[in-house]
Each structure stands twice: as C-alpha cells, then as structure tokens.
Design a protein around this ligand. Sequence first.
Ligand code: PMP
Length: 596
Amino acid sequence: MKPSSDSLVLDQPKRETSASSFDVARIREDFPILKTKSNGKPLVYLDNAATTQKPRAMIDALVRYYESQNANIHRGVYHLSQLATDLYEQARVKVQRFINAPEARQAIFTRGTTEGINLVATVFGRAMLKQGDEVFVSALEHHSNIVPWQLACQHSGATLRVIPMNDDGELLLDELEKMLSPRARMIAVNHVSNALGTINDVRRIVKMGHAVGAKVLIDGAQAVAHNKTDVRELDCDFYAFSGHKLFGPTGIGVLYGKRELLEALPPYHGGGDMIETVTFEKTTYAQLPNKFEAGTPDIAGVVGLGAAIDYVQSVGLDRVAAHEAELIKHLVEQLRQVPGVRIIGNARHRAGAVSFIINDPPIAAHDLGVALDMQGIAVRTGHHCCQPIMDRFGVPATVRASVAMYNTKEEIDVFIAALNKIVAAEAKMKAKLATAQAPSAPAEIVYPKAAAASPQAAADAVAEEFDLFEDREAKSEYVMELGRKLPHTFDLLKKVTTRVPGCMSEVYIVPRRVADTSDRVEFVADANAEIVRGEILILQRLFSGQKAKDVIDFDYEAFFRRIGLDQFITSQRRNGLEGMIRRLKSSAAELTGAKS
Ligand code: PMP
C-alpha cells in the first residue's frame, strides 16, 4: 500500500501471514542493509542489542515525511501543520496499542530509554524521594538505569540498594523480598538484560514493589523487539524503551507512565508546548502528554517509529519470539562446542543476546571482535555499559552476539565457524610460541633502546613495512602479529601504574628518563588485547629511547594518514591509540621539562 501524503488513516498491518510459517527470507528482503557487504563478506549482523537494522517501510516513512509532510506540529492552522500533527499523534496511538496502554496520552515521546529513565529519576526524585527512602536497582542494569538513580539519591538523600543475582545471571527475587520494606519508594529494573539476555520476572517484581507501596519502572530497551509488551498486564508504573532497538530511527523513544502518577509529577523540561499559561509570576502546565514534551520534538522520528511499529505488528511478535527462541537455542548449543569458551550467564529465560569469552587460549574480547569483523560479522565487544555485571563475573569485557527477527541459523553457523577458526589459529600460534620461546612472563622489564635516529626516521621505516600489505586485513593481522612479540609485563605494570584512560582495553604504560641523559625518554607498556599490544610495539619503535622534544613534536596524525590507519583500525581503537600517545607526550614533558 502506498500511503498518500494526505493519508490520515492509521496504517493497518500489511502482511498476510499464517501463524505457523515464519518466512525469514521474505523478512530479510525488507531490510536493504542486509544485502550489503562488510569487509568484502556478506554482512552477518549480530549486534541487534546495540541497535536494530531498519525496514524499507520505515525508511520510506521518513523520506515521505520530509518530502511531503514536514511542518511543525501543534501550532499551525495550515494544512501541512495539521497533517504533521495528525501523523505525530497517530504514532502515539500506535504506541498505545503496541504496549496496550490504557490511553495514548500516557505515552510520552522521549529521545530514548536513557532520557525516559532520566525523566522519571529526576521528577520522581524531586517530588517523591527524601532522606531515608530507598531506591532499588538490580545487579543486571545498564548504566542508564543506575546513574540517573544515583543522581536522584544524591539530590534527595535516599539510599540506592542493589538486587543481587546468582552465577547464572538471574536476579534473586527472594532476596529482594527480604530487602523490601515500606522505605522502598522505587524499583527500577530491566525487562531483559542487554549484557546477558536474562528475561527478568518483572511481573513478580511489580507485585512485590506494590505490596510495600513502591513504584516500579521497567527498562524495556531490550524487550520490545523480541516479544509482546503489555503494560496493563505488567501493571508497572513506568515503562521506557528506544525506537532504534525496535527497527525505528535513532533519537526517539517512549516513556509510558500510569496517568495519575504522570499527572502528579512535576514537569521535566520547561519550554514551548508544555505550558497552558505563562506569566512572569506563574506558569500553569499543559495536560498530558504535552506537559512532558517541551520544545519541538523529533517529529520525523515519531513518524518513523510509528512505521516501525506497523512493520513489527505486521510480522507478529509472537512469531518473532518463537523464531528468536530457536536462534538463541541454536546459538547457545553451538557456542558450547567452541573450545575454551565460557558463556557468561545461563539464565533459564533468555532473549536476544548471549555473552561469552574465550579462555583457552585466552583471546581478548576486542581482538575477537576485530577478527570477526574481518569476516563481515558484527558483534559487540566490551562491557556493554554494564560494568557492575563485568565485575560480578570477574571479566573486563565479553563478546556479545544478539539476534533480531531477520537473523538466520545459517548466519549463526557462519559466526560459529569463524569463531572456531580464530580460536584454532590462536591455539596454534600459542603452541608455536611456547615451543619456540621461554615462558611469556619475563623475569625483568627491559626498556627498548631507540630504534632509529629520530621518531620520524622510525616512523618512515614502520610505514615502509605497512606498504608491503595490500589490504586492511593483512595490515591488521600484522599489528596482531607484532602484538605477539611484545614481552608480557601486564601483571607487573598493573601493580605499579594506573590504567591509561580512554582505551577500550586495559593499557599500562611506564615511562622513564633514559639513564645518564637529561632529554631522552623510554617506556615499557602492555595491554590485555593483542592488537593493542601490537600498537604498543610500534609506539616503542617510534618513541622509546628518543629525545623528549622529538616525541612531543611528532606529528602522529600525519603518520596515521601515511600508514592508512583508519582503514584497519576502528575509530574507538584510534581514540585509544591517541590516548597512549598523549600519555607518552605528557610524560616526556614531565620527565625532562621539554616543551613543544
Ligand atoms: N537499557 C538497556 C537495557 C539497554 O540495552 C540500552 C541500550 N544499550 C539502554 C538502556 C539505553 O538505551 P538508549 O541508548 O537507546 O537510550
């Protein structure tokens, strides 16, 4: 159906499907990006927990909006403004139906889950929290459902308490029951964990919270794209989610709230559209939902979100859930067979995502991510904005594979095959090194001598080596190979210095002045990712043993351009590398007094 620009009728689900069939090939046709290649290989997109890809119908709705429907809403008397307003408010009705909210005005448009939670934490904190009150978050939360509550507690004097979890990554709700008392004012938990995929029993949490008079906010960021959401059935007080994790645009999200609560709470942002009357003495606020939507909103984003919801409804979330359950089952079964794997979290009820590390041989999550990327496979590596979860499991980072409705078993097989290959290659390499060399931990730390007459001369030599490699894969492999040559001083250095800020991996650098000189510096360093260790080896060749002034003056941007760094290193890694160089430059200045 081609909606006309004047169409004011709510779009109806368009796809005719039988309940038993789930035609994933047909669904894939709707997502243009799935036909693209990544690093010359068919894209295998397994980072859906970070953001989902977009269906053509959603992209078209955005284009249509800007081409023929754009005007500011709620203000104009002219046709276009009314059309845009209608589209905006229709999308609200779509959201209402999607989450089964009693009324459309209970769905507040936000920039995303983060803003929704911040909104509640701020206004609830202002109006309803005081010294002695307790706010509960869980050990499984994303930072965006921790930090806003920390701020609210700091401002109000309330205490933040944490619902514990077991080694499978499941919340201990019997413990929560014991912790709860009438002091509890708020429980904020996620519906599904983005790091481990655990589905939390939020229905039970809501009941427990209400039994002691607490309100319950659910972070639904990872739930809405995977199963039906029914806020009435959950009986939660607030429910927040993001459009971009639901096949919609970035920068748009929804906060649902119970009407009496939203009405009782003060506004969040002040500005246009959220007022009834303004004088310098007193302002009265608009009714819901406008009270919480100050300023011109992301109208196109809302329209896009409406189209995304139409799309999801047309596929049917029951069937999506069944398809994804199969995918996750397959993924876990296959992962368990990968040598040296440790799956982090083993919840009985899981959706969307699986986290793991490779322990034997140990391969840093970031290195795995880079190696998989070369095969066109997109997974997320890092702490997933859940540092407390990483601490709880004693790991700095994990690899997370997360699925959406368009993923296939075949893609998972491609991912597992690539993983097996990487692990086997690493094991072979480690075995070779073990027979060829002494054990990796050195007895003493050796500071490398100058590799050339100046950093520039060393850089020229390094650049010539890079010229030998044609593609990014080979260049990146080379850096990894260099990394294997760097002596292992990680544990020693970690004891004597602090981590270099700004790096995704743990990096430790110990610089010093070269003995018997006043103007030369040298350094040792190590990291917990092979590719960063390779970067360190290059930096040592460039800088260790060199004149501090030359280190400070070295134009690393030009060097990065010369070797084509951006082609084979992610921008995050580049930031980390710059962080190391900054640390080296500032130490060179501090140690010798040299200036640029
Ligand atoms: N909560 C959870 C569980 C999430 O996974 C995310 C996104 N990773 C967020 C909150 C934050 O969502 P957004 O960045 O879209 O605001």
